[in-house]
Design a protein around this ligand. Structure first.
Ligand SMILES: C[S@@+](CC[C@H](N)C(=O)[O-])C[C@H]1O[C@@H](n2cnc3c(N)ncnc32)[C@H](O)[C@@H]1O
Length: 243
C-alpha cells in the first residue's frame, strides 16, 4: 500500500459500524477527516470540546472538506451556548450546549453532526446509550500544551464519580464490534494502541507493520484494521471485540 493514501478502512469494517454513533472528545477543529471517512455510514457524529466558541457560532461542519455531496437540511442549538466554566466541589463543569446540524446524502438518507460545547468525559457518560458508540475517535491530545490530559483508556479514580473509571464507561458505550481510532495520545504504557505514539512513521507504514494482527488487552481483542491521517504519530483504526 502506498504512503500517499491518507486513510484506509476496509468496507467490511465501515459496514460493521453503519447506522451507529461516532464520538470524538477533545476534537477542537479536527473534524474534516472523521467526516470525510465516516459520513457515508455514521448516523450521528459527536464532536466535543470545551473550547468551542461561546454562542456556538461556527461554520457548517461539512464545509470543512471539499468535494462533498451532502446537503445541510437543518440546524439548531440547545443548552446554554453562552455558559462559562464553573468550579464545583473539586472539579470543573461547563453546562453543555450542542450545535446540531442535519445533512442529507445523495440517496436521501440523513445524518447529524453535533458539536457539543462541554467536557468530553462528561459527554461520554451522559450523552450515549450503552452499546451505541460504533466509533471512538481520539487523537492529537496530550497531558499539557492545551491537551485535555483526560485518560479515556484507563480506569483512574476521581472524587467526582462521572470522571472516574472512564475506560469502563467507554467499553460500556461501545457497540460490539466497535472501531477505536487513536494516535496513541494519552494511552496507558505498553498498550497496543500506544505502540507508535510520537513515532515518525506514516500511518500507512505503521499499519503495514501490524495489519490484521491481534492483541489481547483489558479483556478485549484489538485488531489493527486500518489507518487515517497522522497527528501525534500515526493514527490507526482498531476493531475492538470482547475477547
Ligand atoms: C491539543 S488540542 C487537540 C485537538 C484535536 N484533537 C486535534 O488533534 O487537533 C486539545 C483540545 O481539547 C480541548 N479540551 C481540553 N480539555 C478538554 C475536556 N476535558 N473535554 C473536552 N475538550 C477538552 C481543548 O479545548 C483543545 O481544543
Amino acid at each position: 500500500m502506498s504512503d500517499s493514501r491518507c486513510h484506509y478502512i476496509p468496507p467490511k469494517w465501515l459496514d460493521a459500524v453503519a447506522g451507529k454513533t461516532l464520538f470524538y472528545p477533545c476534537a477542537g477543529g479536527d473534524i474534516a477527516e472523521p467526516l470525510q471517512v465516516f459520513a457515508p455510514v455514521i448516523s450521528d457524529f459527536w464532536f466535543s470540546d470545551i473550547g468551542y466558541p461561546a454562542g456556538l457560532k461556527m461554520a457548517p461542519a461539512l464545509r470543512s472538506f471539499g468535494g462533498f455531496t451532502y446537503t445541510l437540511t437543518g440546524k439548531l442549538i440547545n443548552g446554554d451556548p453562552l455558559a462559562t466554566i464553573e468550579r464545583r466541589d473539586g472539579y470543573r463543569f461547563l453546562p453543555p450546549s450542542r450545535r446540531i446540524e442535519t445533512y442529507s446524502r445523495p440517496d436521501g438518507s440523513s445524518f447529524r453532526v453535533i458539536r457539543r460545547r462541554g467536557f468530553g468525559e462528561i459527554a461520554l457518560g451522559t450523552e450515549f446509550p450503552d452499546m451505541s458508540v460504533g466509533v471512538f475517535f481520539h487523537r492529537g491530545d496530550s497531558p499539557g500544551e492545551g491537551g485535555s490530559n483526560v485518560r479515556f483508556f484507563e480506569n483512574k479514580w476521581r472524587r467526582h464519580e462521572p470522571l472516574r473509571n472512564l475506560f469502563s464507561t467507554l467499553i460500556r458505550k461501545l457497540t460490539e464490534p466497535a472501531l477505536i481510532v487513536s494516535d496513541g495520545s494519552l494511552t496507558p504504557p505498553l498498550h497496543p494502541i500506544g505502540q507508535f505514539h510520537r513515532s515518525r512513521m506514516s500511518s500507512a507504514e505503521a499499519f503495514e507493520s501490524c495489519r490484521d494482527r491481534e492483541w489481547l488487552a483489558d479483556g478485549l481483542r484489538w485488531t489493527c484494521v486500518g489507518f487515517v491521517g497522522r497527528r501525534n504519530g500515526p493514527t490507526l483504526v482498531w476493531a475492538v471485540q470482547r475477547a
